[in-house]
Design a protein around this ligand. Structure first.
Ligand code: FAD
Length: 461
């Protein structure tokens, strides 16, 4: 018969991209089944493991995702790593369409000597550490020096700077992990320098994050007015979001604080600043080579203006003494299965409106589709676009549903053979309840479990 069967779709990854793609598919199709596979026993990707602990309001999207997970035509299977526990080809046998939404699990490397020295961390690992990502629980970053250097001037860099400098009284009311809170309480870091290749008009952060830094209790901004000379007139003609951001930065750099703010800054024991037009060239090691004690920066010259301004390194060099260096130049998507096309240069899955190029039945959404930039709202829009492509292909017959697909029944058999037993959404809700209870004792919204074995035990209890 040529009658259409129930379309079965699976999604790889349960971050914002996975959940928003699922939401749009379920809302706009009356019979389609969506199964979400997630590597970790717990859902929500970077909403849980990326978003800063002192930004609880951002995590409210979890409520919407939970509603989607409870939809009668949606199932969640955690603790399943696609690419190793099951291949994408086997998923294609089980489902009419496979949507890859597995984010960006790598960190771009600096490609400079000394990058591997103790004292140098990727932002991804550092963020994972304070947010309780199981693989980073034993990072133990060395916070014993006075100065930290962060490479990169995006929102992730500012998150890291804020967490390093925030008073412990503020952090302890968040869901930051107990062990990182203890380490931060004992931290000797007094000064954080946030280094960027380009100038003040090219910083990659947004105004909310910049404002939080400027007002950070116990810290004051140290910005060099020389970096901002002559910018006042240029700012007038900038497009609006960039204009407001630059005005705020300029004000913080050029205007002497008055009144309460002057008092606050005078009393601040910690400080932070931006370093512009600098590129890292080498991590400087202690004489015995045992650890990083500084960084050598090349002085850049800016060519052109606005967002497209480019830099050329000059012969100039500047050494900065610091014992903690965090590389925040960007997350990076990685290939998870040789059967899926991958653009190594852009580090994305090559696609057209979410349809993976030259791979019928394969789709992608989120950071693995567009690259690791953009907030949750951006990820939502691009996930809706991908869902629309899937729905169009179902409608047009491009995605053939004339044969029935086995869906999870088939996957379950494969996973059993591999000795993998998935965590259901109900299993996650048991972990969730245990974390919230543990947090309550400490006056926090939750205390995250750090150990996968412990999570699995709770989920199956
Ligand atoms: P992810 O959220 O990374 O989700 C991918 C999921 O796929 C993960 O759960 C991962 O475990 C899973 N996965 C990976 N590999 C596999 C595999 N092989 N098999 C199965 N599953 C797999 N946005 C905001 O709007 N506000 C903020 O305050 C904010 N703060 C941020 C802070 C940081 C440090 C970072 C890095 C990002 C922040 N963002 C913020 C951006 C936001 O997190 C992203 O836009 C969004 O998470 C991207 O969604 P995604 O689903 O593509 O990727």
């Amino acid at each position: 018969s040529t009658a259409a069967h129930q379309p079965k779709v699976c999604i790889v990854g349960s971050g914002p991209a996975g959940f928003y793609t699922a939401q749009h598919l379920l809302k706009n199709h009356q019979s389609l089944q969506v199964d979400i596979y997630e590597k970790l026993p717990v859902p929500f990707g970077l909403v849980r493991f990326g978003v800063a602990p002192d930004h609880p309001e951002v995590k409210n999207v979890i409520n919407t995702f939970t509603q989607t997970a409870h939809h009668e035509r949606c199932s969640f299977y955690g603790n399943v790593t696609v690419g190793s526990d099951i291949t994408v080809d086997l998923l294609k046998r089980a489902y009419h369409a496979v949507i890859l939404s597995y984010g960006a699990e790598g960190n771009r490397s600096l490609g400079i000597p000394g990058e591997g020295l103790p004292g140098v961390y990727s932002a991804k690992d550092f963020v994972g550490w304070y947010n309780g990502l199981p693989e980073n629980k034993s990072l133990e970053p060395d916070l014993s020096s006075e100065t930290a250097v962060i490479l990169g001037q995006g929102n992730v860099a500012l998150d890291v700077a804020r967490i390093l400098l925030s008073p412990v009284e503020l952090l302890k009311k968040t869901d930051i992990t107990e062990s990182s809170l203890e380490a931060i309480a004992a931290s000797k870091i007094q000064r954080v320098l946030i280094v960027g290749r380009r100038g003040p008009l090219q910083v990659a952060c947004t105004i909310k994050e910049l404002r939080e830094m400027i007002k950070l209790p116990g810290s004051k901004p140290q910005l060099d007015p020389a970096d901002f000379e002559g910018l006042k007139d240029v700012i007038e003609d900038l497009p609006r979001p960039r204009k407001r951001l630059s005005e705020l930065l300029l004000k913080a750099a050029m205007e002497k604080p008055v009144g309460k703010e002057a008092e606050r800054q005078a009393a601040a024991s910690r400080c932070w600043g931006f370093k512009f037009l600098r590129s890292p060239v080498e991590i400087l090691a202690k004489a015995n080579g045992a650890r990083a004690v500084g960084i050598r920066l090349a002085v850049n010259r800016l060519e052109g203006s606005g967002d497209s301004a480019r830099v050329t390194p000059t012969e100039g060099r500047e050494d900065v003494n610091c014992g903690l260096i965090i590389n925040s130049i960007g997350y990076q998507s990685l290939p998870i299965d040789p059967a899926v096309p991958f653009d190594y240069k852009q580090a994305v899955i090559p696609n057209t409106m979410g349809r993976v190029n030259q791979a019928p039945g394969l789709y992608c959404s989120g950071w693995v589709k567009r690259g690791p930039t953009g907030v949750i709202a951006t990820t939502m829009n691009d996930s809706f676009d991908t869902a629309r492509s899937v729905l169009q292909d179902l409608e047009s017959g491009q995605l053939d549903t004339t044969s029935a697909k086995p869906g999870y029944v088939f996957v379950k058999a494969v996973l059993e053979q591999q000795g993998v037993s998935p965590v259901s959404f109900t299993g996650w809700e048991k972990i969730d309840a245990a974390e919230i209870m543990k947090g309550k004792e400490a006056g926090k919204p939750r205390e995250k479990l750090l150990d996968v074995a412990e999570m699995l035990k709770l989920a199956r209890a």
